[in-house]
Ligand binder design. Structure first.
Ligand SMILES: Nc1nc2c(ncn2[C@@H]2O[C@H](COP(=O)(O)OP(=O)(O)O)[C@@H](O)[C@H]2O)c(=O)[nH]1
Ligand SMILES: [Mg+2]
Length: 369
């Protein structure tokens, strides 16, 4: 996807500039007001490259496969973003190899401490570190020194449940909702998923925003929906939900965006639940920022249980400096990870959850592997 910014006095002007330059197929990915006094709009737009891969994209055909596997497409997108990532040597681990080698020789305790120190730095919880070290001890005859990193990575990998997004054309619409505290990136994530579903999969998308504060839902999602030609509706009361879903009955996927709620206020959380229970939501994802402390993450995962969530999305991995909390939380709550998000760009900055990728990210402390 080719991405470009346009600035103009009105959104309409910016859109016509975009169409002039990028053509009718261009999509608006995000908008913002850049100068409050002078009111200038900046619009980020994208258009599919007409490079050699153009013809291969599912968009070329108006046929939706029986089972559309979003993960594959997202992985392709990831490869596109990170280029040659799979060809690079596995992970740049900062462990002192010499010391690790000693693990198999004399100074076991020191080396054990060395590995332990690294895992602590990665913010992995102590009991989980113990499990990893015990595994290592148990199998030390089989684990050759040159594969010790890979052994730890596989051990971590086995502790990370992930689950892929399945779309079944026969059962429509599929209803997905994102819940979580304010500012973690729910709306941005829905925008990414909606744009990818629309442009890569040719799916008919509906967006519902739950606006209990009656703010008029003048959020980014509404603007994105308008300019990307995605139908958008707002629910003010739980009883609105069945009516809105009736309007969207022919859609392939309906995403429900919720307003952020502090997990500390149980009645507010129940309020969201009332909206979601009014229709049969297929999947609910809890959105957490990877930059949050473990204590807060655990509290969020615990309190949001009122809304029965099926998976977790970890956002802002581009801002986090350690990823151990991802392991700590999914291990404790045994919930699969659905997606990771790694930036603000719609729709590019999203990665389908893959336990090997996540495990390497946690161990290396680096998502851009
Ligand atoms: N760096 C970074 N910022 C993000 C990411 N996801 C969302 N954001 C930003 O976080 C802020 C809040 O996002 P928003 O979607 O409005 O959060 P919501 O309140 O949960 O709906 C916005 O400025 C987003 O651009 C991400 O993966 N990385
Ligand atoms: Mg929001």
């Amino acid at each position: 996807m080719q991405i470009k910014k346009f600035t103009a006095g009105t959104l309409k002007e910016a859109i016509s500039l975009m169409k002039e330059e990028l053509g009718e197929n261009a999509l608006v990915l995000s908008t913002k007001v850049i100068d409050d006094d002078d009111k200038r709009f900046e619009l980020t737009a994208g258009v599919e490259d007409d490079g050699e891969n153009y013809e291969e994209k599912p968009r070329a055909k108006k046929v939706v496969k029986e089972q559309t596997d979003f993960e594959n497409e997202l992985k392709k997108l990831t490869t596109k973003i990170y280029g040659q990532q799979e060809k690079k040597p596995p992970v740049n681990i900062e462990v002192n190899k010499k010391k690790i080698n000693q693990y198999f020789n004399a100074e076991k305790t020191t080396v054990n401490n060395e590995i332990k120190e690294l895992l602590i730095q990665r913010e992995i919880d102590e009991p989980i570190i113990e499990t990893i070290l015990n595994q290592l001890k148990k199998h030390k005859e089989f684990v050759k020194e040159d594969v010790i990193d890979n052994y730890i990575i596989s051990t971590i990998e086995s502790m990370i449940p992930t689950s892929s997004f399945q779309y079944d054309k026969k059962k429509k619409p599929k209803i997905i909702s994102l819940v979580g505290p304010t500012g973690v990136g729910k709306t941005t994530c829905i925008a990414k998923l909606a744009v990818i579903s629309k442009i890569l999969h040719n799916l008919d998308i509906g967006l519902i925003s739950i606006d209990t504060y009656r703010l008029g839902a003048l959020d980014q999602l509404k603007i994105l929906a308008e300019v990307s030609n995605i139908d958008f509706l707002v629910a003010y009361e739980p009883s609105d939900m069945p009516k809105l879903m009736a309007k969207f009955r022919k859609k392939d996927i309906v995403f429900i965006d919720t307003v952020g709620r502090s997990q500390k206020n149980a009645s507010l959380l129940k309020g969201i639940n009332d909206f979601l229970s009014a229709v049969s939501v297929d999947e609910i994802y809890l959105v957490q920022s990877a930059t949050t402390t473990l204590k807060t993450m655990v509290d969020i995962a615990e309190k949001f249980k009122v809304i029965k969530y099926d998976g977790i999305i970890f956002t802002k991995i581009d801002e986090a400096v350690a990823y151990g909390n991802i392991l700590n939380v999914v291990h404790k709550f045994n919930v699969p990870i659905k997606y990771l998000t790694n930036g603000q760009v719609i729709p590019d900055d999203i990665i389908a959850a893959d336990s090997e990728f996540i495990s390497k990210m946690i161990y290396s402390g680096n998502f851009d592997q």
